[in-house]
Design a protein around this ligand. Structure first.
Ligand SMILES: Nc1ncnc2c1ncn2[C@@H]1O[C@H](COP(=O)(O)OP(=O)(O)O)[C@@H](O)[C@H]1O
Ligand SMILES: [Mg+2]
Length: 192
């Protein structure tokens, strides 16, 4: 068993059982940071301080976001898989209201960041740029029999890209794509 830490979840991997268990990180430190870093004004100004509580859980400046983003990511991942069964998703089998998720284990993909990003950029006509944070990180993906699958799909931005291009990515992804080679080909073509 290995323990992996993402931005929002802590993940216990059990390759021999074929599953991983994801727990949300509830980050109290992040809440203190929200209050104290650059927001001292918020402590003095009562109205502003109240607003930090009122802001929605989806607002990155709110306390709720700092506390519950891992929980939301877990719950949203489970619901998105259950509702779409998109082949690009690593299956999420179970969620206890986001407190605990069980997902199929996959072997982290070993592609270079540039090779992954450039190919995804080409396959989606640049749409991955809307969620560059997730799509540029090889450790959010695995290769199952040379088919690319994503582990980390808890965000609505990620969902939009997957709904539009998930199937296309699965069908067309080339696991031996090399950006340097592609660049050479483009240069050769330009000479003609
Ligand atoms: N299904 C999985 N199989 C194997 N490793 C995984 C799986 N899901 C996540 N991981 C590992 O755990 C890390 C964090 O998980 P991730 O879903 O990306 O959480 P976060 O939203 O916190 O970034 C990943 O970068 C990956 O290394
Ligand atoms: Mg991640």
């Amino acid at each position: 068993m290995k323990i992996k830490k993402g931005n929002n979840r802590i993940v216990f991997t059990f390759p021999f059982l074929g599953i991983v268990i994801k727990f949300p990180i509830i980050n109290l430190f992040r809440v203190f940071k929200t209050v104290f870093t650059g927001r001292v004004e918020g402590i003095r100004n009562k109205k502003l301080f109240k607003r930090y509580f009122e802001w929605s859980v989806h607002d990155p400046n709110s306390f709720k976001y700092a506390l519950f983003r891992g929980l939301l990511a877990n719950w949203s991942e489970f619901r998105f898989y259950r509702n779409t069964k998109n082949p690009f998703l690593t299956p999420t089998y179970f969620s206890l209201l986001g407190f605990v998720n069980i997902q199929k284990h996959g072997r982290e993909c070993q592609l270079l960041q540039a090779d992954l990003w450039c190919q995804l950029f080409a396959l989606t006509g640049g749409k991955v740029f809307d969620d560059a944070h997730h799509f540029s990180e090889p450790h959010n993906f695995c290769l199952q029999k040379d088919k690319l699958q994503i582990f980390d799909y808890g965000s609505s931005r990620t969902h939009k890209v997957i709904l539009e291009y998930g199937e296309k990515i699965v069908e067309n992804f080339n696991a031996s794509y090399c950006w340097e080679e592609e660049k050479k080909k483009i240069k050769e073509l330009e000479k003609i």
